[in-house]
Design a protein around this ligand. Structure first.
Ligand code: PHE
Length: 345
């Protein structure tokens, strides 16, 4: 009698081991059969009373094994079925439902203007050089002929790293001039686009971060006239073939002589009057002949070589081009604003 019952237990065990439910429905049937409230293992427990005392322990162990095997098998099958698409969930997908609209990204206006500038300068032989935003004092100031007590180094303008008097967030891309000139022999002809940081109060017109494109050309016999022609070409490419420029004398520690370049936008529209403060001229860049001190600081023979450099603010050009009245919009990443720009570059 007890042998038959042991036989039965064995049979159920092999049924469990061999079961191969292929769908969630079959798996559910398996669960009901072996783990449900009226499962087929339960009646076997009732057989306990027909088992002789000396075999009760063994029988109990066998039944527990049965239960555990069923549970483990169910868990394993459930995982297996979950990872592949079952018939019924495939049926649940309605292939006729139209797809929702796809959000296609657009280029940021700063990138658009930057890429345009890169395109304009690479066409005439400049290559793109990029360098670090966290700079040391030497490359940002000292090498650039900005002496220790120059107001540009003021804590008010420069973000120094915490607990540091020598590491800072670069205040201009001119630091890349020093990086290039210390690492390369002339001829050097690069533009260096990138982000710069100044500790300024954020308003509609100024921000604590913005972008510049630095330009540097160092070779034998480079003249101010070369610079002027290059910048005129740049202005015509960016602002149209009829564009006029003017160079106003200015001052930068790292160039001598120095100038600022304005482009003529006119005073016809409200926007141009606002941007040019009623003068019609928009200030777009600072430039000049690389100061011989800078060349020497960077290990370049200033008797043999000369060069020019310029630094263009990108946000202002983007604001002018796209009629953006508040610089803060360029840093908020509001997609309602950004999605209005389509890429030409
Ligand atoms: N670095 C200057 C600025 O940030 C711009 C500049 C670059 C001027 C190169 C002259 C030459 O305003």
């Amino acid at each position: 009698m007890s042998e038959q019952i042991f036989e039965k237990v064995k049979e159920v065990l092999s049924q469990i081991q061999e079961a191969q439910p292929a769908s969630p429905e079959e798996l559910e049937a398996f669960r009901i059969k072996y783990l449900g409230s009226k499962n087929s293992i339960k009646p076997l427990f009732a057989e306990m009373r027909n088992i002789p005392n000396e075999q009760k322990k063994e029988f109990g162990q066998k039944l527990n094994e049965l239960k555990k095997t069923a549970e483990a098998k169910f868990a394993q099958l459930k995982d297996g079925l979950g990872s592949t698409t079952s018939k019924s969930s495939a049926q649940a997908i309605d292939m006729t439902v139209p797809v929702g609209s796809l959000d296609i990204g657009s280029r940021h206006p700063v990138s658009l203007v930057l890429n345009h500038m890169i395109d304009v300068f690479t066409r005439i032989g400049f290559s793109v050089a990029e360098d670090r935003e966290i700079e040391d004092d030497w490359h940002n100031f000292t090498a650039m002929n900005t002496p220790e007590h120059h107001p540009a180094r003021d804590m008010q303008d420069t973000f120094y790293l915490k607990d540091s008097t020598s590491m800072l967030l670069r205040t201009h891309t001119s630091s890349v001039q020093a990086r290039m000139m210390t690492a390369h022999e002339p001829p050097i002809r690069i533009i260096a686009p990138g982000r710069v940081f100044r500790n300024e109060t954020i308003s509609a017109r100024s921000h604590c971060q913005f972008h510049q494109v630095e330009g540097l050309y160092v070779d034998e016999g480079v003249s101010f006239a070369d610079m002027k022609q290059t910048l005129l070409y740049f202005a015509k490419e960016m602002y149209g073939a009829e564009t006029d420029i003017r160079l106003r004398p200015s001052y930068f520690p790292f160039t001598e002589p120095s100038a600022e370049m304005d482009v003529w936008l006119g005073t016809e529209t409200e926007t141009t009057r606002k941007l040019t403060k009623g003068t019609g001229w928009l200030e777009v860049l600072g430039c000049g002949m690389v100061d011989p001190n800078v060349l020497e600081n960077c290990g370049i023979d200033s008797k043999k070589y000369s060069g020019y450099a310029f630094g263009i603010g990108i946000e202002r050009s983007a604001m002018q081009k796209y009629n953006i009245s508040d610089i803060r919009m360029l840093f908020e990443n509001d997609t309602r604003f950004l999605s209005q720009f389509t890429a030409a570059f």
